[in-house]
Write a protein that binds this ligand. Structure first.
Ligand code: DOR
Ligand code: ZN
Length: 387
């Protein structure tokens, strides 16, 4: 048992902390803030099939360094997690990699819906955290871009009381714009191709589906004022809709393309400074429920490719808490709100059991993020250079 005295708590009190293990390093409570183990509801740890980008040995280390003890992993792997058998195979692989990491990471898996696997959902329903639907294509093959499949998956989720998590971007708009801007090479066009309209149209479709089926729906990575306004109205009507945003939309905007090019290409894309400011309001006023890292690593070589070849996604699990604590230090968010976004809201929304996991943060260690510090296998961060 290790005891640390005088540790700062989220309520501003100083408290004695007891840790079950013997910690063989000197911990000065006067420098420390204690938080509950955070929950990241949105990671892509790339197993199986894309282990050159990330795996659970590196991913669990990155998670713990970032203050997370629970993660929900996405199904857009190779092959995609779309059958009972593949789900079990994936869990076996993850368990063995976590064992290798010697870190007690807790995880849950989203199950991918495609247009042909509706009968698999019943088989996996007790093993999954929810169903993931890609309304617009992103990394991997998963796509559900027709309304009849969306109705079918909502009907099944209603029957088995499952949560649906949605990548809400309209595939038709994206396809039209991809064609229209096919010759463009500037990464700024990524934000024009995957337009605000594409996000808004998909979110409107989700809201209509929730009205019909009453299924608890978790809209991933909101990035625009227009989506937030729709979600706010839907919530006011009592619909079970929940909203996530991600650190990249809060700490970056499209002005950064000129510096970081493909290293800030993600889906949905970065938006304007005004959209970024509006997101911060939604983070603080409660329209946004959670911040998921959308940790989606690709290698440096992959990200150095031109616009049309560069894959979408950025790592984020080990930088989300540090960035949010910097925002707290700057008075942009309250610590109590930060904990709702990164811990208690995902816990409530997905009905996770409570645990005793603690995170100790050295709040005196204020420094610049660098690529070299990253534990993630891809070894880079779009936030390097920030505090
Ligand atoms: O930018 C993204 N990257 N958005 C997604 O929807 C998927 C993710 C990935 O898996 O690379
Ligand atoms: Zn994602």
């Amino acid at each position: 048992m290790t005891t640390i005295t005088n540790v700062l708590t989220p309520t501003g009190m100083r408290q004695e902390i007891h840790i079950n293990d013997n910690v063989d390093m000197h911990l000065d409570g006067n420098k420390l803030l204690v938080l509950p183990g955070l929950i990241d509801p949105h990671v892509h740890f790339r197993v199986p099939g894309m282990e050159h980008k990330e795996d659970w040995v590196h991913g669990s280390k990155a998670a713990f360094r970032g203050g997370y003890s629970t993660v929900f992993d996405m199904p857009n792997t190779k092959p995609a997690t779309t059958t009972h058998e593949r789900l079990l195979d994936k869990m076996n692989l993850i368990d063995s990699q976590i064992a290798m990491s010697h870190l007690p990471l807790k995880y849950r898996l989203f199950f991918g819906a495609d247009k042909n696997n509706f009968n698999e959902i019943e088989k996996v329903r007790d093993k999954i955290i929810g169903i993931k639907v890609f309304m617009g294509a992103s990394t991997g093959e998963l796509l559900m871009d027709d309304i009849s499949s969306l109705h079918a998956v909502y009907a099944i989720a209603a029957k088995f009381n499952l949560i649906i998590a949605l990548h809400a971007e309209d595939e038709l708009i994206i396809k039209e714009n991809t064609h229209k801007y096919a010759n463009e090479t500037d990464f700024r066009y990524h934000s024009i191709i995957r337009s605000v309209d594409a996000a808004v149209r998909a979110v409107s479709t989700v809201i209509a589906l929730v009205k019909t089926y009453g299924v608890k729906s978790y809209i991933l990575h909101l990035s625009t004022r227009e989506e937030i306004d729709l979600v706010e109205k839907a919530k006011a009507e009592g619909l079970p809709i929940f909203a996530e945003t991600c650190p990249h939309y809060l700490f970056l905007n499209e002005n950064i393309y000129d510096n970081l090019h493909g290293f800030v290409k993600m889906n949905p894309p970065l938006r304007s400074q005004e959209q970024q400011d509006y997101l911060w309001q939604a983070v603080n006023n409660g329209v946004i429920d959670t911040i998921g890292s959308d940790h989606a690593p690709h290698t440096i070589n992959e990200k150095e490719q031109p616009l049309c070849k560069c894959p979408s996604g950025v790592p984020g699990i080990e930088t989300t808490l540090p960035l949010m604590l910097t925002a707290w230090r700057e008075g942009r968010v309250k610590l109590s709100r930060l904990l709702e976004l990164l811990h208690s809201n995902p816990q409530k929304l997905f009905s996770l059991p409570a645990n005793d996991d603690l995170v100790l943060v050295d709040i005196k260690n204020y420094r610049e993020l660098t690529d070299e510090q990253m534990a993630s296998k891809c070894k880079w961060s779009p936030f390097s250079g920030m505090n």
